[in-house]
Ligand binder design. Structure first.
Ligand SMILES: Cc1cc2nc3c(=O)[nH]c(=O)nc-3n(C[C@H](O)[C@H](O)[C@H](O)COP(=O)(O)O)c2cc1C
Length: 231
């Protein structure tokens, strides 16, 4: 697949076929992602690839604890509620997703069901728990950056092989469950997880394309000559 097609075609996938993903394909995707750059080549990431019964236990534990009102328990600092333009963009994608799914604004039941799907990692056949070395804390900002790079590589590599992903913060909102079931070593910190599988093209939300500001809006050019006026 052409690079531009991978970048432009990729979108978050939240509905998956009930079809297993071969382990060698996941290994191939991870080998590509593993080429990510990192600060001073530290490569601080660890990927725990869950499927089958352990993944079902994580889904169950995560959902049960969230429904029982356990506070969100993550191993990373929380940014709190988004405000201003960040909140606006959050609302924009939520509206796009709910419209695609035909979920009305006041349909509390279906909205709740959508949130629960997130806690279940959208019933994906694979979940990759993304961790980093604890000895990079406190001040793990650069390690977070490195893990962002490897995670983006992961979702792009998956897409290039016909697989779909959603980076899924909801999946680790009860990190103690993930830690216990997946036996995450104590010297690692859980950052996020990625739900992965074969996209179900009949699932409406999978067609949603999130909007972006233009390149002109996100970039400033300093020290460049003004583009020549075209006649
Ligand atoms: C750190 C991070 C956490 C995310 N967590 C969730 C999540 O819990 N649930 C979800 O549905 N999407 C989650 N996403 C996906 C974003 O909502 C998605 O990337 C964004 O809306 C842009 O859409 P796109 O990926 O289709 O371009 C997460 C993405 C990132 C980078």
């Amino acid at each position: 697949m052409d690079f531009d097609d991978v970048i432009n075609g990729r979108r978050s996938i939240r509905g998956f076929k009930k079809k297993p993903v071969p382990r060698d394909l996941v290994e191939e995707v991870i080998a590509l992602a593993n080429r990510a750059p990192s600060s001073m080549n530290t490569q601080p990431w660890h990927l725990h690839v869950l499927t089958g019964e352990p993944l079902e236990r994580v889904r169950k534990g995560n959902t049960e604890r969230m429904l029982a009102g356990h506070p969100v328990t993550r191993e990373i600092e929380d940014h709190g509620k988004y405000e201003g333009v960040h909140r606006d963009r959050q609302v924009e994608i939520a509206i796009q997703l709910f419209e695609a799914m035909g979920i009305e604004r006041h349909d509390a039941e279906r909205r709740q069901d959508w949130v629960l799907r997130g806690f279940r990692q959208f019933d994906a056949p694979v979940s990759i728990v993304v961790c980093y070395d604890r000895d990079l804390e406190p001040g793990g900002t650069i390690a977070h950056f490195d893990l962002g790079a490897v995670t983006f590589g992961l979702v792009l590599a998956a897409w290039s092989r016909g697989l779909g992903c959603v980076i899924n913060g909801q999946g680790i909102m009860q990190s103690p469950v993930v830690r216990e079931v997946a036996k995450i070593p104590e010297d690692q910190v859980i950052l996020t997880c990625v739900a992965l599988g074969w996209p179900d093209d009949s699932f409406p939300a999978n067609a949603v394309v999130s909007r972006r500001r233009s390149a002109e809006q996100v970039a400033r050019f300093v020290g460049w000559e003004e583009p020549a006026e075209t006649a």
